[in-house]
Design a protein around this ligand. Sequence first.
Ligand SMILES: Cc1cc2nc3c(=O)[nH]c(=O)nc-3n(C[C@H](O)[C@H](O)[C@H](O)COP(=O)(O)O)c2cc1C
Length: 479
Amino acid sequence: MTAFRDLRQYIELLTETLGEDEVRRVEGAGWDLEIGGITELLAEREGPALLFDDIPGYPTGFRVFTNFMGTAARCAVALGLPADTPKLDIVRTWKDMSRNLKLIPPVEVAHGPILENILEGDAADLTIFPTPRWHDGDGGRYIGTACMVIARDPDTGWVNVGTYRACVQGKDRLSLWMLGNRHARAIAAKYWDRGQACPIAVVVGQDPILSTAAAMAAPAGVSEYDLAGGLKGEGIAVLHAPGTDLPVPAAAEIVIVGEMPPLEEESVLEGPFGEWTGYYTHQGQETVVRVRQILHRDNPIILGAPPMLPTIPSGDQAVPLYSSTVTWDHLEQAGVQNVHGVWGYARQLMMVISIKQTGAGDAMHALLAAAGRKRSGGMERYFVVVDEDIDITDINHVLWAVFTRVDPSESIHIVRSPTTAIDPRLSPAKLAAGDLSMGIVLIDACKPFAWKDQYPRANRVDETYRAELRERWKTTLPL
Ligand SMILES: Cc1cc2nc3c(=O)[nH]c(=O)nc-3n(C[C@H](O)[C@H](O)[C@H](O)COP(=O)(O)O)c2cc1C
C-alpha cells in the first residue's frame, strides 16, 4: 500500500524522505511562461520538484506543482520503494507488479475534500486558477497536462480514465485533444450517435499512481481506476461529482465537470501545444467541454507536467516506467530468452534491451519481438540490443556498445512501421494522405555470438572493484 492517499500526502512524503531541497517552494513566479521556464530549466539538470505559490494575480494558496517524478528517487518514492533503489530495479519491480496486478475497484465514499468548494452556474469559472502558459508558442493556457479525463460508457457502465491535454478556452469552456483511437473519444461517439452530449469530468491534481494509471492503455472495458487500485493495494476513494454518475477521486485537487457536445455542434481551435517530441505539431478544430460545475479543495494545486524535449527527464520519464515495462513484458511473453533489462530513452524513441546471449539468434529475436510490439500511435524509432555487461540505464555505456560492437554493414537493419500523427518527420504530403509509415532501425550491438568469448577484453574498472572502492573511500571521494 502506498504511503500517500493524495497529491498533498505525496508532496509531504517527498519532503520527509528526500529533504526540503528536493521539493522547493517557489513564491512570486508568474503564470505566463515563468513557471514553465523555471520548471524546464530545473528539469534539465534533474533538479527538485517545484511547488509554486503566491502566483501574481491569484490568491495565496492557489498553487502549481511540477517535476513531480523527475528523478529516479522521486519515482521510487511514488512507487513505495526505497529512494535509493537502482534505476533498473525500479523498472523490474514495476514490471513484476504490473504483470501480477490484481484489479481493485474504487471504493465509493460520501464525502471528501474535493467537495470543499462546489462552484456552479456563473461561479463555475476556470479563470480563477493560475493555469500556466508553459511555452511561448502555446496556443493557450493548458490546465490539463497530467490530468485524468473520466467518461462512462452509456451501454456497459465501464468508466474510462485517460490523459488528454486540456486547454482553458474561456470562463466555462475547456478543449480536449484526443487522438482517434482514444477510449474517451469512442465513448463520446456513443452519446453523439444518440444525439446527446457526453458527460465528462476532468481531474487536475491527483497523486502519481493515479497519474501513471491514467496514461496506461488498459483494454476497453477495464477501468484505469481498478489498475490504480491494484498498484496502490487498496481501492481508490471516489465520490460522484454532484448531479453526475462520474466517479472522481474524493481527494483530488480540482475537478471540472461538464458535457462534450458533438464536434458539428460546437468545436474550438485547439493548439498548437509544444508536445513531448519537442515540437509543435497538431492544431485543429477539437472537442469542447461545456463546463457546468467546478469542484476544488481549499488551496488547490494544479499538477503540471508540461511537455519538454524528450531528452529531459520530466513527468514520469526519469525512469521510463511504462515504455520499458511494456516492452520487457512483451519480450518475455514472446519467449525471448534471458532478458536482463529494458530501458527507454527519450520517452520511447530509443528502446535498449540487454540480454544474456545463449544462442546465435537471440539478439535478432529480441529486436524483432521488441519492434513487433510497437503499434500505430507509438513512436519508437531505434531498437538496440546489447549484452548484459552493458549498463543500459547509462547512455554513455550504451553508446560505447554501439560504437564498438556494431559492424554497420551487417548489424543494422532498417524496416518500415507505422508512427504517430505527431511525428515531426512525417512530411505534410504524407500526413495529408494519411500515410503514417516511417523507417525504424534495429541495431544489434551484442558481441557476435559465434566468437563472443574471443571478443577483446574491456579495460574498464569492473563492478565488484567499483563497489569495493566506493566503500573504502566513501567518506573522502564521491565515487
Ligand atoms: C502527460 C501525458 C499527456 C498525454 N496527452 C495526450 C493527449 O493530449 N492526447 C491523447 O490522445 N493522448 C495523450 N496521452 C496519451 C494517453 O493518455 C494514453 O495513450 C492513454 O492510454 C489513453 O487512454 P485511453 O486508452 O483510455 O484512451 C498523454 C499521455 C501522457 C502521459
